[in-house]
Design a protein around this ligand. Sequence first.
Ligand SMILES: *Cc1c(COP(=O)(O)O)cnc(C)c1O
Length: 355
Amino acid sequence: MPRPIKACVRPDAIKHNLEVARRAAPNSRVWAVVKANAYGHGIENIYTGLGSADGIALLDLEEAVRVRELGWNKPILLLEGVFTAEDVRLADRFNFTVAVHCDDQHRLIADAKPLRPINVYLKMNTGMNRLGFHPQRYRAAWERVSTSESIGEITLMSHFANADEGTVDWQLERFESATNSIPGQRSLSNSAATLWLAHVHRDWVRPGIVLYGASPSGRSHDIEGVPLRSAMTLSSELIGVQELAAGETVGYARTFRADGRLRIGVVACGYADGYPRHAPSGTPIAVDGVITRTVGRVSMDMLTVDLTPCPNARIGSKVELWGEQVKIDDVASSSGTIGYELMCALARRVPVTVT
Ligand SMILES: *Cc1c(COP(=O)(O)O)cnc(C)c1O
């Protein structure tokens, strides 16, 4: 028998969360962001939940081709654009919309002489300082691109650094003044801005993390009032039980010491499955539907839990690492990270079922 660990992925939850995003931005069209293989869920696994999206956005060309081959005939956006002339040929052949964030990318497209003009998202660096044209050089870039035979529709795009804190106006002002009187559609909003900042919605929003049911800020209480459903459950079982006497320690480096007698369970899940090794003692976890806490260090293939709140638990008891009972955001914040990272880090060795 294989180890009892498994991930369960729910396309219906994605479908539901997509509607939540759409209701939050009712006047915008929606790019469903599925980069990093749908934030670790597997594009093929969740594909049936994406049907109502107006477009699919990602950044890996091979994933984009897979999405077309699944039968998606609405727009597909490559968020980092093209890297090689071969990428331009594929974008041409599969009708991808591509980000253009620098002159080199524009040149790559023009030099490849696509058969049909390629639609682009012309990206402005409004302060994130990753990709995009500086606001002062944006209009000139737009003029070059808009007179190029290889370029079709141009959408004006930027990305926020701080939308989960609500502080976007410093970037918005740069965007507005640099694009003033440039025609074309606009796209600015990630999940946080889609949920919380109606004044920046514009023509297309780009929600990612909320589609999977986690918080854009990494804090679960920030989405308490939002009816999102978690799209992934990571579960396993107890494969061992130990009775500790007062003063005994658990696991590597002996970071946890029992105050009194303590019954603990050993779960078939470790950092080689994608569970964060930095999760300290006290990280929430559910055993037989009861919330309890981890104790001691996470090992490669196992971790240990306090069975005090679930005295009937035994070998074979069901454990939820994250999902509908245990919020992924709470496991992440306990471990010093965000839900995004945990989803994306789900290990290849964990079998995924779709329900
Ligand atoms: C990843 C990404 C998004 C989605 O971000 P979330 O915080 O997951 O909603 C939107 N736009 C761009 C350019 C991105 O790279």
